[in-house]
Design a protein. Structure first.
Ligand SMILES: Nc1nc(=O)c2ncn([C@@H]3O[C@@H]4COP(=O)(O)O[C@H]5[C@@H](O)[C@H](n6cnc7c(N)ncnc76)O[C@@H]5COP(=O)(O)O[C@@H]3[C@@H]4O)c2[nH]1
Lengths: 185, 185
């Protein structure tokens, strides 16, 4: 079960490293930015997008005109497996709601879903398009379980499962993100 | 089979991105360094270390006094899954042979093995220490197959499988690396 291993890898090799450092990065970011991001509205959690069809884009603004890249958080450098100062970073986005109010948040897609998507396109990977949706759900549930039991990661993230039946809504993504901000602030 | 998915993830999410760019990074690196690294001896391939026991260290010099960190190659920045300008980099090491001659090479451990190692220590991951060695071999064979069939990655890497029965040899790692340089230069 590919998704099981990818969820563990995502936690052990990424979330477990970056989530405990996220608060510190946001504090350093606010100290160096005048416009007061995160002060009024937004989230200090890492928002992790999980599209059910695993179809990940690399640039969020291409998905929704209410989403704009704001800036990157300061880099975190960690010596990892022989790579000196491997860089881990997150991007801050401004999301406009229907009243044109700006909300700042740290959001990104769950990178391992890109692997699931590409594997389903490689005939030699032994993994088809029909397996993909099921694997995304398995990834989501496994990751939820792991994170629920992780003291270091608690309350520092939100997993946002994205349905793919929204082709006609140009603000589906910003709405999904905003819904997840309201629930916590 | 966790190792199967991790090998695909390592290729699709990393090697397929960085190997085609490696030659360019090394050329840029040599242009900005006087001491002529890579000129006399060394390798322009990415040397990927795979210890059979999946026991990965983060700092190669701690493993062998004949290995010294030299510098990092220039960063590559790629927009990935919502992270703007995600950084990919490699470290260059100087490896001394028994005649104290210095060889430059770009070497690192296969990071997914770290996931295998840590999963074998987490009881909730459903993956024990006995499975680990078998999974490392499966990772190695799967990765070999994938890379053999990849035109973009051909001849730009070497997979170095490391036996773990060498506790008494303080220069096991540098010897393993040097053996892999001779075979190609
Ligand atoms: N968003 C995001 N930002 C990151 O910096 C990052 N780093 C890792 N990950 C994801 O976490 C998980 C564990 O990472 P690991 O390092 O063990 O495996 C990684 C690692 O072995 C290798 N790799 C990827 N990026 C790098 C890198 N910059 N340097 C070295 N190796 C890398 O290729 C594997 C797959 O990478 P991704 O497919 O991008 O997703 C990874 C993976 O799902 C990240 N996800």
């Amino acid at each position: 079960n590919v998704a099981h291993g990818l969820a563990w890898s995502f936690h052990l090799g990424y979330l477990n490293l970056v989530l405990p450092r996220l608060e510190g990065s946001i504090t350093a970011f606010r100290a160096s930015h005048n416009a007061g991001p995160f002060e009024t509205r937004g989230s200090r959690k890492l928002l992790i997008l999980l599209p059910l069809n695993a179809n990940i884009t690399h640039t969020l603004e291409d998905e929704d005109t209410n989403i704009h890249f704001h800036d990157n958080l300061p880099d975190t450098e960690i010596d990892r497996a022989g790579v000196r100062g491997r860089v881990y970073k997150h991007s801050v986005y401004t999301v406009l709601d229907k009243d044109r109010q700006a909300h700042h948040c740290v959001v990104e897609y769950a990178t391992p879903l890109l692997t699931l998507y590409k594997m389903s396109q490689e005939s030699s990977a032994g993994f088809g398009e029909r397996d993909r949706r099921e694997q995304v759900l398995l990834f989501y549930r496994t990751l939820q379980d792991i994170l629920d039991r992780s003291v270091e990661c608690r309350n520092r993230y939100r997993l946002i499962l994205l349905n793919d039946e929204h082709e006609d809504d140009p603000h589906y993504l910003s709405n999904a993100i905003l819904k997840n901000l309201d629930q916590q602030e």
